[in-house]
Design a protein around this ligand. Sequence first.
Ligand code: A2P
Length: 348
Amino acid sequence: DGYNVAVVGATGAVGTKLIEMLEQTNLPLKNVKLLASKRSAGRKLLFKGEGLFVEELVPEAFDDVDIAIFSAGGSISQKFAPEAVKRGTVVVDNTSQYRMDKDTPLVVPEVNKQALKDHQGIIANPNCSTIQMMVTLAPIKQSVGIDRVIVSTYQAVSGAGAQAVEEIKQQSQETLDGELPENLSAEILPAASDKKHYPLAFNALAQIDEFAENDYTKEEWKMVNETKKILEDKQMKISATCVRVPVITGHSESIYIETEDKISLTDLRATLENAPGVTVEDDTSQQIYPQAINSVGKKDTFVGRIRQDLDIDNGFHLWVVSDNLLKGAAWNSVQIAETLHEMNLVHV
Ligand code: A2P
């Protein structure tokens, strides 16, 4: 007769989309519980036209919950995901907290749903930029192998949360009103946890999350390490440059790949056209290619500008765009929950 499902971080940028995805899911639902901080407790949010009260996140909130989807930050997942599992709740976690743990499956359902079989209560949703790259690259890897990946991202602000969106809107308005860049206030971007903050309005920032080993950011390391885990290929050569751009929603990526075996451009295109979760939008004669604003509200990943490298025979360039809040977060999480149900794995 259906599952009790909780959304942790229901008032946030991803939480809001999780509610929308649960309104559309074919997962049998008994009850939906919305959890957030004490500040939001008592607020009413609509679910299928019905007002639901937001409740404060406390361990006991999970007592009667079958599936909880977390998107309230890594420290909240660290503290409360084990509390949920202890109470028999299966957790789908949107944060980076558990992604690289050996015992935690890191899942993109089109790519590696078999990894769900080994879950021990927590399933991790990969980083938004990783997910759209995985639905694109996995079918190519399966057909001809991939030796090397170089990716540059053009990431939207909503990936940094609702407050970051407010920040750039404010900066944009002030700029249009004549304010100089040096007078704009910035408190969140490029990384809330880092020391310095810069305006993103009319700008591009080559920093997402904090800096880590070898002068790469944590976001760049997430793309590298998560890809190797999901594709089960520790040897893959891959490096990333992650950039925040003044787009509200929709991550874009320029991906360069070198395949192991030869493949024609026609066959590469056919592979992508047949890939689950992928829509090819590629007709340069009609100026058709994926755009961030067109991806908003869609579950698919859009691929275009498919072309051969000018110097390397097995080299190809792709332009890959998806709604970072949907396939990059809320939709992939709800899809994981649907897949757990289909595979009869909703138990700890
Ligand atoms: P709240 O709105 O009550 O602060 P975003 O990713 O858009 O920044 O959203 C973060 C989400 O995480 C919000 O729903 C926020 O709720 C929630 N959150 C933040 N801190 C806590 C906390 N201490 N306990 C529960 N939820 C939290």
